[in-house]
Design a protein around this ligand. Structure first.
Ligand SMILES: Cc1cc2nc3c(=O)[nH]c(=O)nc-3n(C[C@H](O)[C@H](O)[C@H](O)COP(=O)(O)OP(=O)(O)OC[C@H]3O[C@@H](n4cnc5c(N)ncnc54)[C@H](O)[C@@H]3O)c2cc1C
Ligand code: FES
Ligand code: FES
Length: 1409
């Protein structure tokens, strides 16, 4: 029988007879169907942009199962007889949008829109599955989903624009347990008007979408009738195999054709997200067809899982409550394993990822598995098949074996039941060996510390502990009968049992000194491999977790807590210690642990408030209307560059980049692999046209080469591009490039600021862009009562992490012309560079940008080399060429934010007033100028936010052998503002003053503002900052909360809170901008602007402005006009002088250019309208336009708006108050609450501006708290994917996020009184960093000795980002041991004096070791 791959996509049947088996579902959907909803964001399962819903049908039970999957990892051949739903399948322009799409639109939850279809699918999957449960029917219009589940549904999906709050609102809007009033600003009801009800929301109809078409069900039924098993599924036979038994599998593996092939066994194929495939395979074997591997068997001895069972399915089974398992101990182990597995990866990975795949990766490739660790502690066993031999091993023995070869099959995993009697049912070596005792109890807990609690992050360390304990009835002491202590992911070959520690503890009474000894022993055991990042931190986590586990069981420690005061949450520390019944011991442990788990719960539901003040002065400008085109963004129909269908003969290109910082290139060869056979051409500097130039970027400061010539000058520099038939082949082939380097006669590269300074390697900063000093520094210093001299601050880089990586499509046209579709923030500059590179005039180059899937500055200069390389290849090959950079290449080549080093000296008075500040700033610009010479001015601009008295500086822009750094959202400003805050914090801690009062003391008066911001300070009423700061402080109850926090900190040893209030001053500049408005014969209006829609809402504001300005003519009302306006893509040959979309002011400038263009049209049409009205009475818009056409009125007008010199620069103000809680044991920071007020003038669209503010703030949280940008010793970026670079996810944003958009009245010189919102709020995220510093300070004051000259408790530098390891290190890596030592010491003293009472200050006298 002929074998075919049959499946459905959005109800359409697909039948394929020939497929490259390495094709992923995503690749198929994107290149072989018209569906563009699933996007490629990372290709490694880490972002969720590609999520689709996959459904399977079981003809026996007649059941359909739906689950989300990452289509970038799912192999196409593995979806035989499945149905795929993409976001277009939920709804679309033709059939109407789905309520999920409509709610994304109405809650303003999509900006650039690139993440939105994936978000929609994750939510859809969660809703479908919740609605299938047997829970009670929810009220009409709601789903059965809970708000907690709804929020978690998108935990693995990344969004770089919105800040997640509105997306979480969309999700929660389906949950019946939500109070709709609590949801954010939306178009369905007026906030606060008490008319929020589900009837206003687009109706949720659970059965609306057919996820599995009937025709496919029939085909499946037929095929089952014909064949007795699913053997026929899978294709093509020559390359894709689906054996139906282990015997068949080995027959295949042992056959001749397999022995010479590259063969891959797969289940979910998610492992390819972890270990990237650099070459192709000849053959694939799908293990899912082997029934034995999918079996699930549960009996009194435990649960047996076939190795191909997915993690999601395992969680379901482990959570099931079986009547036979009334013993809570049995459930405890299973349910804790399930809870832990719930934090592994994301739902769309867990739905495909198998238990067996995970364990094989852990065993064979040293993967930092959670599954291995938790199963190790639970005494699990595995069954292995090795050719004809079958082995049952303890998991520990399995992990310790030499790596499995690719012929060893993991058949099943058995998790034993644990009864009170502590008998594991497996009886296999490695299980607890003690004599069972009826009075014993089981304690089981698992732990993991990861950069993000829920959102797809591998742990720094994970652990799981199973203890068999009993209570000595006379003494009340706890005795450990047996113990499993498993640790993994810390930089170890595999998860291990801490045997020595176990041995030490078994049989012991758990006392403080025993615990301390055990922890010391543990620290000697948990030693990460050489080269593991944060290795001391990881060891300290092991100690922290074991301490967490045992602390509630150590009598003395509990007594100590008992005597401590209740914490501020009102929950008293546990006061009882069991002395009667051992069962109480487990209960109390559970209670205590759950209590602390609840307080640190990453799942706490988000809450938020938005206060926006509307203005009707310029209707419909000022209305919070939904974003233009938002529904098609959600449905996936919006077209980004990579969604443009490939023209005939289109090829794809991928960069080959240097991995060495400074070297001669001696040659480039390609390894002889399957992948390199795919190379069609290699384009390099040798392929430039005769008239062309080697140029790949340009700014007013200079140009940069497209490709390295004979010398490469930084790791990450493009050397050339490989061209192949498909993007995947081009990417793989590029990785096969073998570049020969030589460093002969070359100086060592400059890889640090220090080296650049030593070798005086600086870029020139033209005097016209160099900022001005203020006042007389020596006079200011002379006025100071105190001085801090030469303090240092360092700041690292940040990567843009736009969801759409750099991309372009170049199509050669007639007569040496070329059309380039580029995802660009500056198409005009790209046009200029391409024309120079190709040696053709500008008018031969048309650069088109419709929309950009996130830019943040990274798609300005840094997008140009991609567009240019693509154009060069297309020009040379005379074929269309497209490039869509894989995430790794993008991260390595694109640069990012400027790292810098700062030295400051500050003079101040005892009351906190600063009298003089001098800063020396060294900016790491990388290898070419880009916009870096502007950096001193932006840094200094933001630093001037306080009145320093006198202010001087010296700024150097260092040239280093690192990839060029470029503008990233708030470039320089975020660093400048942070430096200012670092100075303030330093002064406050020096004076032991509250930082907020020092901030207030140094806020500008209007007079000093004029001095510092000459020309942009505006009139006194415009200076709203002091009022904004006061309002935040009072509305967010700053002083009350400060007192509560102090109390909390005094009551809680292992959790500390901090709070910080921060002002914002941000200078922006308006730039000349063109605009063009044309009215077509049917009355519809088309608008072109210089700016590009990058998600910031430019088109929406421009539409509103057009309707407002032309509304002067209309009698139909502006709403009608609004619907007639379409803003179209940027096209460099249609709208010249488009300039850059940057600096937060493009929307307002474009609006102004459009307003002026409209005014021209109004003046042309006004007299006609009057004369028509005189004749006909009222005149409709359509009549007016048709008459104008008849009378040959020019209905197209354009302007080039040049801002007036006196008003081109202005200041923005805002303030934020953030409160955080730090877990002193792990260094994890939870942002409990942020209140932010931003003066937006009269917002052009409050919904858009709110989105910009929240999104910007959360991007700032990423910079200050999470995003570690690391390079190796050659300067090659190693934070090169979603595995190593962690942007915020929904579980890391403030748990309560309140934002107010302040309307600050009339601003004569602004565009309709509006102000910018895109970048400034990012700076306010430093409030989270400063609050974290406060919390750390509280910990240090408690744990550190004030007598230690090397380690001041109050004055310390908190690095950016303040990641968990950084925070923990400052809180003390040894604080647990020190605490216990101090306890023992105090105890001994007490015994000596016989009068000891535990006092916290007895414990404070500890030194950091
Ligand atoms: C984004 C992401 C985040 C993740 N986060 C975590 C995390 O936080 N914690 C964690 O523990 N894991 C995590 N994982 C790992 C994930 O659990 C594994 O990728 C998954 O379980 C592998 O299962 P699979 O079915 O997809 O295996 P596949 O990718 O199909 O296979 C993986 C490897 O195992 C081999 N193999 C598979 N099954 C068998 C078998 N039965 N016998 C022999 N060989 C076999 C394959 O040949 C292949 O070499 C993450 C993965 C991704 C992609
Ligand atoms: S593209 Fe698939 S998860 Fe990122
Ligand atoms: S809207 Fe989410 S990434 Fe842009």
């Amino acid at each position: 029988m002929e074998r075919k791959l049959v499946f459905a996509v959005n109800g359409e049947r697909f039948e394929l007879a020939k497929v490259d088996p390495s094709t992923t579902l995503l690749e198929f959907l994107r290149t072989r169907t018209r569906f563009t909803g699933p996007k490629l964001g990372c290709g490694e399962g880490g972002c969720g942009a590609c999520v689709v819903v996959l459904s399977t049908y079981d003809p026996v039970s007649d059941q359909v199962k739906e689950f989300s999957v990452s289509s970038c990892l799912t192999l196409l051949c593995s979806i035989n007889f499945c149905s795929v739903i993409t976001s277009e399948g939920l709804g679309n322009t033709k059939d109407g949008f789905h309520p999920i799409h409509q709610r994304f639109a109405g809650f303003h939850a999509s900006q650039c829109g690139f993440c939105t279809p994936g978000m929609c699918m994750s939510l859809f999957s969660a809703l479908v599955n919740a609605d299938k449960t047997s829970r009670p029917e929810p009220p009409c219009g709601f789903s059965k989903i809970t708000k907690f589940e709804a929020e978690k549904a998108i935990a693995g999906n990344l969004c770089r624009c919105t800040g997640y709050r509105p997306i979480a609102d969309v999700c929660k809007s389906f949950a019946a347990d939500v109070d709709l009033e609590d949801l954010g600003l939306n178009t369905f009801w007026k906030k606060g008007a008490k008319d929020a009800n589900v009837g206003r929301l687009p109706c949720h109809d659970p059965g609306k979408i057919c996820t599995f078409p009937e025709f496919l069900k029939s085909e499946i039924k037929c095929s089952v009738d014909i064949l007795d098993n699913s053997k026929n599924t899978g294709l093509p036979e020559s390359q894709w195999y689906r054996p139906s038994s282990i015997r068949e599998l080995y027959e295949l593996l042992n056959s001749d054709s397999f022995s010479k092939s590259r063969v891959k066994l797969v289940v979910g194929n998610t492992g390819s997200g972890v270990y990237k495939e650099n070459d192709l395979y000849d053959k694939y074997i799908d293990l899912k067809g082997i029934p034995e591997l999918s079996v699930i068997r549960r009996d009194s001895k435990g649960i047996l899982f076939g190795a191909a069972v997915t993690i999601s399915r395992a969680i379901e089974v482990l959570k099931e409550r079986k009547e036979s398992e009334l013993d809570s101990n049995k459930r405890l182990v299973f349910s804790k394993i399930a809870d832990h597995m719930d934090q592994v990866a994301s739902p769309f990975i867990r739905n495909m990822a198998s238990l067996g795949g995970n364990l094989i990766m852990a065993q064979r490739s040293q993967f930092a598995s959670d599954v291995a660790t938790i199963l190790l502690a639970s005494g699990s066993t595995v069954c292995l098949q090795m050719a004809s031999e079958r082995l049952v091993l303890s998991l520990e023995s399995f992990l310790e074996r030499p790596p499995c070869d690719d012929r060893t099959i993991l058949v099943s995993i058995h998790i034993p039941s644990w009864s009170s009697a502590m008998e594991s049912s497996s009886g296999i070596d490695g299980c607890i060996a003690s004599e069972p005792t009826r009075e014993a109890n089981i304690l089981f807990r698992t732990y993991r510390a990861a950069p993000r609690p829920l959102g797809n992050a591998v742990a720094y360390l994970n652990s799981a502990f199973l203890a068999h304990v009993t209570l000595d009835k006379i003494s009340g002491d706890l005795i450990i009968l047996d113990l499993h202590l498993a640790f993994g992911a810390y930089g170890t070959e595999h998860a291990i049992r801490a045997r020595k520690v176990e041995k030490f503890l078994v049989g012991k009474v758990m006392t403080v000194s025993v615990l301390l000894e055990a922890l010391k022993l543990l620290k000697e055991t948990i030693i990460p491999k050489k080269g593991t990042p944060h290795s001391r931190y990881r060891s300290s986590l092991a100690v922290a977790f074991l301490f967490k586990f045992f602390q509630p069981l150590v009598k003395d420690l509990v007594v100590l807590e008992k005597n401590g005061p209740a914490d501020s949450s009102g929950v008293a520390a546990i006061t009882e210690y069991p002395n009667s019944d051992i069962n109480e011991c487990a209960d109390i442990l559970s209670h205590r642990v759950s209590h602390s788990e609840q307080l640190n719960n990453p799942n706490v539901i988000l809450s938020s408030k938005q206060l926006v003040e509307f203005s009707n002065d310029y209707h419909p400008v000022g209305e919070p209307i939904k974003k233009a085109g938002v529904e098609i963004q959600a449905s996936g129909e919006a077209i980004y560059v990579d969604d443009i269908p490939s023209p005939k003969d289109c090829l794809s290109g991928a960069f080959v980049y240097s991995t060495t910082p400074l070297a001669w290139i001696k040659g480039i060869m390609f390894n002889s692999t399957l992948a390199s056979q795919k190379v069609i051409a290699y384009i390099s500097v040798n392929d430039l046209p005769k008239e062309g130039k080697n140029i790949g970027g340009s700014t007013i400061f200079g140009t940069e080469p497209l490709f390295a010539d004979s010398l490469t000058v930084c790791a990450g520099q493009p050397l050339g591009i490989v061209v192949a038939e498909t993007q995947r082949h081009a990417n793989m082939a590029a990785r096969q490039a073998n570049v020969q380097y030589s460093t002969e006669n070359l100086e060592p590269p400059i890889l640090s600021i220090e080296e650049a300074v030593r070798r005086r390697s600086f870029f020139d900063v033209p005097p016209v862009v160099y900022p001005q000093k203020v006042g007389d520094l020596s006079k200011g210093m002379a006025e100071a009562e105190h001085k801090i001299l030469s303090a240092e601050v360092k700041l690292g880089s940040q990567y843009y992490f736009y969801m759409e990586t750099q991309t372009a499509l170049a199509i050669p046209d007639e007569d040496n012309c070329i059309v380039v579709y580029s995802s660009s923030q500056c198409p005009e500059t790209a046009q200029g560079v391409i024309s120079q590179c190709l040696g053709i005039p500008n008018h031969n180059v048309r650069v088109i940008t419709r929309r950009v899937g996130g830019g943040f500055g990274g798609k300005a200069v840094r997008a140009i080399p991609v567009a240019t390389a693509c154009a060069l290849a297309a020009f040379k090959l005379r074929r269309p060429v497209r490039m869509y950079l894989d995430r790794k290449t993008d991260m390595i080549m694109t640069g990012g934010r400027h790292p810098m080093k700062i030295n400051y000296s500050v003079g101040f008075r005892s009351d906190g007033k600063i009298t003089a500040l001098h800063v020396d700033i060294f900016i790491n610009a990388g290898i070419t100028e880009d916009i870096s010479p502007f950096m001193p001015s932006t840094i200094i601009g933001a630093l001037k936010k306080y009145n320093w008295g006198a202010f001087s500086f010296d700024a150097k822009v260092c040239k280093t052998n690192l990839p060029t750094k470029s503008a990233m959202r708030a470039p320089g400003e975020v660093q400048g503002s942070f430096i200012a805050e670092a100075v303030i914090e330093h002064v406050s801690s020096f004076l032991s003053m509250d930082a907020t009062s020092v901030r207030k003391k140094n806020l500008h008066t209007h007079e000093s503002l004029i001095l510092f911001y000459e020309g942009s300070a505006g009139d006194a009423p415009e200076y709203t900052l002091p009022a904004v700061v006061d309002e935040v402080a009072s509305s967010a109850s700053y002083l009350d909360r400060l007192a509560i926090i102090r109390h909390f900190n005094s009551c809680n040893k292992w959790r500390k809170r901090g709070i910080s209030l921060m002002p914002l001053v941000y200078q922006v500049t308006l730039r000349p901008t063109p605009g063009k408005v044309s009215i077509l014969s049917d009355g519809s209006i088309v608008v072109e602007v210089g700016g590009v829609e990058i998600g910031q809402g430019l088109w929406t504001k421009v539409k509103q402005m057009t309707a407002y300005a032309l509304g002067q003519l209309s009698v139909d009302g502006t709403k009608n006009l609004l619907d007639k306006v379409r803003v179209i893509q940027a096209d460099t040959l249609s709208m010249v002088q488009g300039g850059w979309t940057a600096g937060s002011t493009t929307s307002e400038s474009s609006c102004e250019a459009v307003r002026l263009s409209c005014n021209i049209l109004v003046s042309r049409l006004k007299s006609l309208k009057q004369s028509l009205e005189e004749k006909m009475g009222t005149v409709s818009w359509d009549t007016l336009i048709s008459q104008a056409n008849m009378q040959a009125v020019n209905l197209s007008a354009s302007t080039y708006w040049v801002p007036d010199g006196s008003s081109a620069e202005y200041l923005n103000y805002g303030s934020a108050l953030s409160e955080v809680e730090v877990d002193i044991l792990t260094g994890g920071t939870t942002i409990l609450r942020t209140d932010l007020i931003y003066d937006c003038g009269q917002s052009l669209n409050p919904a858009v501006d709110l989105g910009q503010i929240e999104g910007s703030f959360v991007q700032g949280i990423g910079f200050f708290m999470y995003e570690e940008h690391v390079e190796n010793s050659d300067g090659l970026v190693v934070s090169d994917g979603t595995w190593t670079y962690k942007i915020p996810t929904v579980d890391t944003i403030p748990k309560q996020f309140n934002v107010k958009l302040m309307k600050s009245g009339h601003h004569e010189k602004r565009v309709l009184s509006s102000k910018a919102s895109g970048e400034p709020p990012l700076l306010l995220a430093a409030s989270v960093h400063c609050a974290t510093r406060e919390a750390i300070r509280a910990a240090r004051v408690e744990f550190f000795s004030t007598n230690d000259p090397n380690s001041s408790p109050t004055t310390f530098q908190l690095d950016v980002p303040a990641t968990m390891p950084v925070v923990k290190e400052l809180c003390g890596l040894n604080n647990v041991e020190k605490y216990l030592e101090a306890f023992l010491c105090a105890h001994q003293k007490m015994e000596a004096n016989q009068v000891w009472a535990p006092r916290e200050d007895n414990l404070a006298d500890t030194k950091e070791g």
